[in-house]
Design a protein around this ligand. Structure first.
Ligand code: NAD
Ligand code: LMR
Length: 329
């Protein structure tokens, strides 16, 4: 007997990331080749015509797994009975801006959408915030969770993990698939900490494979922290296809057991692990169990430099939380 379809809500579905995201979701890249989906696409009223075009293309692609496509400007409709919500819709930054500069404009979107998710989605809905600044936007949406589970509101640092793996692989002359345990800690911002000290390349410590430790400690970290800006400088627009693919990675890996020995970086509700203040949305190295529940990797020994970097990112997130405290009611 064929499976019941799962409902996937995607906001900003006619935007840059949305356009790169809806097709792999429809093709089964999150839930696999035998799981039907219903796509519930949300856009602003002004973007409804563009959204209709996206819907037409989805229809024309004739994906066998797609049971229905709902295109709407109503958050209540888009989040109705949703199993998975991908919150992309929001403003991207332009040249010369930091992601945190978006907080005032984008933050308020996540109050209303958080309420609509809590009122309409399945109780066990899983939520991924992509729209920047994603950690604090996720905190704002989570603050509305009464019926749904607060721990199921996450934000995306998977793009940072993927970027870090690509940098290490290139430096080592290895394949990306050889790089494992690439933990991203903290905020999706220039304070994020890509922890090379626990990364493995071909099963060996990255610090043994890459002997240029000055590169690891300097240019590597900076490149990952500033990659979003570098893309904007090069393209004139923020990353889109790589961000969409990272969202697929995050959502897929949240629904299946993490392969033995591997970690997935997810920004999740802090419960105080590694001294991070409770309640922040903070990126940790995690594993996911067979029930689709994530767990922070425990027992990681952090040197003084790592601890200082993690604290700096936590401090920044505390400042962001203070800036939006009126949005957390
Ligand atoms: P975009 O401007 O191309 O598309 C955004 C879309 O969202 C637009 O179509 C817009 O109409 C829609 N939208 C705006 N407000 C909405 C609302 N309230 N409800 C529904 N839809 C709404 O932008 P983009 O390039 O797709 O980027 C989207 C967001 O993702 C930005 O905030 C960007 O900074 C962020 N981003 C995050 C990461 C990450 O790693 N976390 C990576 C890349 C981009
Ligand atoms: C990215 O990391 O590419 C995105 O967060 C977009 C940005 O503003 O940097």
């Amino acid at each position: 007997m064929s499976k019941q379809p799962l409902r996937v809500a995607i906001t900003g579905a006619a935007g840059q990331i949305g356009y790169s995201l809806v097709f792999p979701v429809a093709a089964g890249q999150i839930f696999g080749p035998d799981q039907p989906v219903i796509l519930q696409l949300l856009e602003l009223p002004v973007a409804q015509q563009a959204l209709e075009g996206v819907k037409m293309e989805l229809q024309d692609a004739a994906y066998p797994l797609v049971h229905d496509i709902i295109a709407t400007d109503s958050a209540d409709t888009a989040f109705g009975d949703a199993d998975l919500v991908l919150l992309v819709g929001s403003k991207p930054r332009g040249p010369g801006m930091e992601r945190a500069d978006l907080l005032r404009d984008n933050g308020k979107i996540f109050i209303g959408q958080g309420r609509a998710i809590d009122a309409n989605a399945k109780v066990g809905v899983k939520v991924l915030v992509v729209g920047n600044p994603c950690n604090t936007n996720s905190l704002i949406a989570r603050a509305q969770a009464r019926r749904t589970h607060p721990a199921n509101y996450t934000a995306m640092t998977r793009l940072d993990q993927n970027r870090a793996k690509a940098q290490l692989a290139a430096k080592a002359g290895a394949r990306v698939a050889d790089v494992t345990r690439m933990g991203i800690w903290g905020n999706h911002s220039p304070t994020m900490y890509p922890d090379f000290t626990h990364a493995l390349i071909g099963g060996r410590n990255a610090t043994d494979v890459i002997t240029d430790h000055a590169w690891l400690d300097g240019p590597f970290i900076k490149t990952v922290q500033q990659r979003g800006k570098a893309i904007i400088d090069a393209r004139g627009k923020s990353s889109a296809a790589s961000a969409a693919w990272a969202a697929i990675d995050h959502a897929r890996d949240w629904h299946r057991p993490t392969p033995a020995g591997e970690w997935v970086s997810m920004a999740i509700q802090s419960t105080g692990d590694y001294g991070v203040p409770e309640g922040l949305t903070f990126s940790y190295p995690c594993t996911v169990d067979a029930d689709g529940q994530y767990h922070v990797v425990q027992g990681i020994e952090l040197d003084a430099a790592s601890q200082a970097r993690i604290k700096a990112s936590a401090d920044e997130l505390v400042e962001e939380r203070d800036l939006v405290k009126e949005m957390l009611g």
